[in-house]
Design a binder for this molecule. Structure first.
Ligand code: TYD
Length: 202
C-alpha cells in the first residue's frame, strides 16, 4: 500500500524531528518507507537547491526562484517519489508544493494561482494523501544554518509572511493540522495517530 505524506511548516518548527521519529517507527513495523526532502532528494534537485540557496545569487528574480523550486520538485517527483509510490512505499517528504505557496506566493507577493499552476505542471498533478501542517501560535525561532543561506537572509518581513500563511491556512481535504507548540512527544503522538487512522497503518 503506497502513501504520500508531506510535512509542512515554517523554518525551525520541528518537521525534521517528527519526520525522523515517524520514519524510525514505521521501519520498526517493517513497513516499506522512504524519507526525503525538498528542495533536494536527487542529484539534479540538490544541484538546483545549491543554486537557489547560494548567497552569491543575490540578483535572482523571484520568478526564477519559483521556477527553480518547481524544477527541483519535478525531478524529485519523476526520479524518486513516483517510482517509490509505484513500488508500494510510504513516502515521507519534508516540504512540498505548499512550501512554494508559503514562500514564493505569500512570502514574495506572487499570485497563488500562478505558483499552483507551475507546480501542477512540475508534479504532473501529484498530490499528497496526507499533508501535515505544523502550526505554532507563537513565533518560532528558527535554528539557522551557519553561514546563513540566501533564503534565511531574506528578512524578517518575508519570514513573518511565511509564518502567517501557515498559521492561517484554510482546511482542505488532505490537510491535517498539528499543534507544534506542544512537547515533541505529544506532537509525535498526534502525527502518528493521524497517520494510523487516515493512512490506514497498523
Ligand atoms: P532547508 O535548509 O531545507 O530548510 P528547512 O530545514 O527549514 O526546511 O532550506 C530550504 C529553504 O527553502 C527553506 O528556507 C524553505 C525554502 N523553500 C521555499 O522557499 N520554497 C519551497 O518550495 C521549498 C521546498 C523550500
Amino acid at each position: 500500500m503506497s502513501l504520500f505524506v508531506t510535512f509542512e511548516g515554517a523554518d525551525g518548527i520541528g518537521k525534521s524531528t517528527i519526520c525522523s521519529l515517524i520514519y524510525e517507527e514505521l521501519k520498526k513495523r517493517s513497513l516499506k518507507v522512504m524519507r526525503t526532502r525538498e528542495p533536494g532528494g536527487t542529484k539534479i534537485s540538490e544541484a538546483i537547491r545549491d543554486i537557489i540557496l547560494d548567497n552569491d545569487n543575490k540578483e535572482m528574480d523571484i520568478r526564477c526562484e519559483a521556477l527553480l523550486y518547481a524544477a527541483s520538485r519535478a525531478q524529485h517527483v519523476y526520479e524518486k517519489i513516483r517510482p517509490a509510490l509505484n513500488d508500494g512505499y510510504i513516502v515521507l517528504c519534508e516540504r512540498y508544493v505548499l512550501s512554494s505557496i508559503a514562500y514564493q506566493a505569500y512570502g514574495r507577493d506572487q499570485r497563488q494561482e500562478d505558483i499552483f499552476a507551475i507546480n501542477d505542471y512540475a508534479t504532473g498533478g501529484l498530490k499528497p494523501d496526507i499533508n501535515f501542517i505544523f502550526q505554532n501560535k507563537e513565533d518560532t525561532h528558527r535554528r539557522k544554518s551557519t553561514p546563513l543561506d540566501r533564503l534565511e537572509k531574506a528578512g524578517d518581513a518575508f519570514h513573518e509572511k511565511v509564518r502567517e500563511y501557515y498559521r492561517n491556512i484554510e482546511k482542505e481535504d488532505n490537510y491535517y493540522f498539528i499543534d507544534a507548540s506542544q512537547s515533541i512527544e505529544k506532537v509525535y503522538e498526534d502525527t502518528l495517530k493521524i497517520l494510523e487512522s487516515i493512512g490506514g497503518l497498523k
